[in-house]
Design a protein. Sequence first.
Length: 434
Amino acid sequence: LGANIRCLSPIDRDLLAVSKDGAGSVVANWCAEDFPSAASEGAAAGGAAEEGAEAGAEEEGEGDSGMRRFKLPAPVTAACLDPTGSKRLAFGGGENDVKIFDVARGEVSWKAKNMPENYLCLRIPVKLSSLQWATEMAPSKSLLIAGTTDGKVRLYDTSAQRRPLFELQIGHKSGQGTGGYTGTGDDMARPVNCSAVAKTHDGSWSIFLGNTMGVLREYDLRNLSSCKACPIKPGRKSHLDWAAKQLPLRRGYRGIMGAVRDIDVHSSGSVLAAVGLGRFAFVFETKRKKMISKVYMKQKLCSVLLSDESYSNAKGAGSDDEDDDGDITGEEREDRKRASSGCVDEGEGPGDDEVQEGFSSDEGEGGGEGEGGDEGEEGGGGAEEGEGEDEEEGSTAAAEAAAALAKRRKLAKRKKPKARAAGAGRKKARKADP
């Protein structure tokens, strides 16, 4: 199939593969039971090569072996097959702007134009790094979303025009990333490594974008079905403001270490997985943007794929999940504090009662043996209960006293006279003079 594969997608019963240098191939009957063996492929290719010219031999050999090859303009950084089944392949990379290749006809059917010059009459460079179709969201249009290495997102409508409808700078006004070590705002434009268009848990469509700093963002696509070309030239803030309204930021996902190389969303839209150079596979819930799993994979990862099996949260949702997760309710932390401090609640178990009785019997040893000893123990237990009540009353009284003291200090600070201005004394003297 070739090296540096940029796209590997099934087409009906065939398999489509596109490499970085633009070499593409379609392997026939890849998903069928009667897939041709390697020996039959080699024999068919050798017999075809002996018949005539190289071109004719290549075509016959490819036809016999079930593999059809084609060549695309290079370089190819990203390639994506239309999910609606139209056999259209969108590709591009670097200064090679977006193009659409018709796999059935074997020719390029659409070529994009670059953004118009900015308000300074300067050419905007083409730095394509990712491509995603949005035709499932809006079947009446032919939408393409492209990410660039300078941290921008472009929207194309191939059925309306060749130029992008708008260009959005990631992090404009909202969704700004932070430094991996310092935590401060990151103003530098980071490349968009990967993207994914999918349905979320509530049935709405979103695009997920990951960059080289481990920042994963989710943008809302609900406005794109009625979006038109931006009337403002690119490069101005007003253009970015207009684009931010068409493609608003929904949420961001935190906790990813290393560059994000691939994203995949579950068919239910409730879970997404992200992998990258940090050697971890991260799983998030799209409803609460919470990381629910983090698995160390021992090597740098470049792709991920989630199965179509139904997703069921092991911890459950709602109250069950909140009971299990101490980060949300704080109950686990309270239990740990109680265990470390040795505090025991009333009626926790028979073992705790026995320990309390033992201490009470030591205090009431003078009561004698037998029934007298038991009475002494009971009396000691009653004394303990009384002491516990006194301690509770004392703690509440101390808390009330501390609150009253804090209130007095607050009032005293408010009543404290402010420093007078330089002319305050003169004004007072003028009022005193008749």
